[in-house]
Design a binder for this molecule. Sequence first.
Ligand SMILES: *Cc1c(COP(=O)(O)O)cnc(C)c1O
Length: 433
Amino acid sequence: MKFYSTNNSAHQVGLAEAVIKGLAPDQGLYIPMDIPVLSNTTLDKFPEMSFQEIGYEVIGALFASSLSQEQIKELVDHTLTFDAPLVKVEEDVYSLELFHGPTLAFKDFGARFCSKLMSMLMEKSDRTVRVLVATSGDTGSAVANGFLGVDGVEVIILFPKGKVSELQEKQFTTLGQNITALEVDGVFDDCQKLVKEAFLDAELNTKLLLTSANSINVARWIPQCLYYFYAYSRLPKSEKKVAFAVPSGNFGNIAAGILAQRMGLPIDQFVAATNANKVVPDYLNGAEFNAISSVATISNSMDVGNPSNFPRLVALYGGDSKVLKDNVRGYSYSDEDTVKVMQEVKKSGYTMDPHGAVGYLGLKDFMAENADYQGVFLETAHPGKFRETVERALDLKLELPERLASFMDGEKKVEALGNDFEEFKGYLESLEN
Ligand SMILES: *Cc1c(COP(=O)(O)O)cnc(C)c1O
């Protein structure tokens, strides 16, 4: 399997290089050169197949030239150890619950796949890989838990001080072992910038083997296409067209849905829903693409001012922004809208977290303007992960799932970092080779 860089289609690398480098040397994102298209005969069998069986088929089609059948099976089995149920919320509206993994957010899928694949690719090497991760909350916990105890890999997590919920923080600051958390005096975009600079620093990269487990990494990004295939196969048979609404921050999740569509899954329409960080919806609605500094909201895992996967959306539509704008509708919502809709939907018996609620809002607005659709919104986190917000909005007490509650007993251990690259570089240089 070959990948090209979104900044230069002539720059091509194999799977191992794409995964270990994370980002192309020209800062472009890797995209598969040839996206395989599954036949209708194959897709028609999915409703009778398990999530894992669908996984072997899809990952097999993508990775057949780089991995053996056994490796593909091992990867999928390691990733899909929990279900992603499709829950009917109201007529023609379904919630795809992606929060049944170990850290209760959809990022568990990508993080589990990525850690397994990296350890497969590094098996024969005696170097230590350092995984640098910037997080606005959920990436840190998913990656830390996915890589905890993996031999030959050390994970360094950068997170913005005071901008992450206590529960999220506990999930990656209390683990110890091969996981270090750096508390950055800044916002998420500062963390992301520090990580990007480290990858581009020639001196650091000759000394250390640095890689990224952010959603820019193909090993995080690609496996997310699996649950689009799965959800589609579980929708009731209908003449209606299908729309997927994705609450978005860095736009990796929606880009994986578009990958599934490129592979032949007949998704008719995507809805990109954001909070007040609405660079992409503005672009989709006719404005220039203008990165901003992120603003804080109650759906904090989507507080991203410069979405890193945006070039992938454009590339997946062959660089044609008109096709992109036709196929992806953009909507954005305030915290007030979000709380209000959480309260409304709760009355009909379904509890949404603030991120899923943004997705639901986008889907409903799209369906109000477009008849004859069945819609799926991605419920990206367990409501208990944003307990304070959800309890306040819905005036109730949430029961924390056991595996979440157990994190709360751990002791937070972090190192403080300013948002200056030289300081970060100094820290990295002090590490053992
Ligand atoms: C990361 C995250 C998102 C945003 O996903 P992107 O792939 O960055 O667009 C949405 N919801 C939750 C709960 C998240 O953790």
